[in-house]
Design a protein around this ligand. Structure first.
Ligand code: NAD
Length: 282
């Protein structure tokens, strides 16, 4: 029987653990605060921001919302980030992406102080992950490690194949799997024989951004498959990068879409906010 990895249940468990931790911190006089900045009113971004605020409220994290108009200049945004960097009562700073075209994303992300960069996008945090030092880790790949661990799936010594080399999923995913002692191969759009490589994977992480591209012939019998993709199909239903119907019967475990990787991203963001307090005290 294929194990369906329940990201909804695992993320709920993590949020409950964090809620307890935050309550204990409050008793000791420490409050955790996340500042969320949104520029413009992109409807998808508004949904993500609302979900983040709701998760904060559930756990007991104070959230400060900065909803800035589309015309906000880069200079004004950078000034706000600098102000929040300097505030002792703000632990985490999150700028919702994408930003309007007139604002340079990289400049903005690099301005967030690394000790408040709860998304884990700052080069200092990426570098820390690379050399095994403490720092924030990008939330989606960090969530995938939790999914595997909490589902009782051993990573050490396993053949792990990651499809995709983006800065927010593929690359940090590979680094985390190495940290967990997996034997890691990263594949991408220029990989010559993708099926040959993925066919060796004990653990296959798929982050391509192409609906249902990975069919059963890419997957080894008994593999664990983690589907990072999120798309809406012709019937307006959510689906992943993996053709779940054909792949699931071949796997020992697989994540569904929705209800797999998706819910873990916010849970790990909340985890990073809680961890930021200790990081800022060092
Ligand atoms: P991206 O577009 O930045 O990267 C896609 C990667 O796939 C690239 O590195 C590219 O080389 C590789 N690729 C493209 N075509 C390929 C092919 N034919 N064969 C092999 N590799 C190929 O995407 P991303 O930001 O890493 O996101 C990937 C998917 O995950 C998207 O569907 C995105 O919506 C989803 N996503 C989900 C979450 C979540 O919380 N669940 C978070 C981030 C991204």
């Amino acid at each position: 029987m294929t194990q369906i990895i329940d990201g909804k249940a695992i993320s709920a468990q993590i949020k409950d653990e964090l809620k307890e931790k935050v309550a204990q911190m409050k008793e000791q006089g420490t409050e955790v605060t996340l500042a969320v900045i949104q520029v413009g009113a992109d409807p998808a971004s508004s949904v993500y921001v609302r979900n983040k605020k709701n998760a904060c409220a559930y756990i007991g994290i104070r959230s400060l919302a900065y909803e800035l108009p589309e015309e906000t200049t880069e200079k004004e945004l950078l000034a706000l980030i600098e102000e929040l960097n300097g505030r002792k009562d703000v632990n985490g700073i999150l700028v919702q992406l994408p930003l309007p075209k007139h604002i340079e994303e990289e400049k903005v992300l690099n301005t967030i102080h690394p000790s408040k960069d709860v998304d884990g996008f700052h080069p200092q945090n990426v570098g820390a992950l690379c050399i095994g030092k403490p720092g924030f880790v990008s939330c989606t790949p960090a969530g995938i490690i939790q999914l595997l661990k909490r589902s009782g799936i051993e990573i050490a010594g396993k053949e792990c194949v990651v499809i995709g080399r983006s800065n927010i999923v593929g690359k940090p995913m590979a680094l985390l799997l190495i940290r967990e002692n997996g034997t890691v191969t990263v594949t991408h759009s220029r990989t010559k024989d993708l099926k040959e490589v993925t066919g060796r994977a004990d653990i296959l992480v798929v982050a391509i951004g192409k609906p249902k591209m990975i069919t059963a012939d890419y997957v080894k019998e008994g593999a664990v498959v983690i589907d990072v993709g999120i798309h809406r199909n012709e019937e307006n239903k959510l689906c992943g990068d993996v053709d779940h119907e054909s792949v699931a019967p071949k796997c020992s475990a697989i994540t569904p879409v929705p209800g797999g990787v998706g819910p873990m991203t916010i849970a790990m963001l909340m985890n990073n906010c809680v961890e930021s307090v200790a990081l800022q005290q060092n």
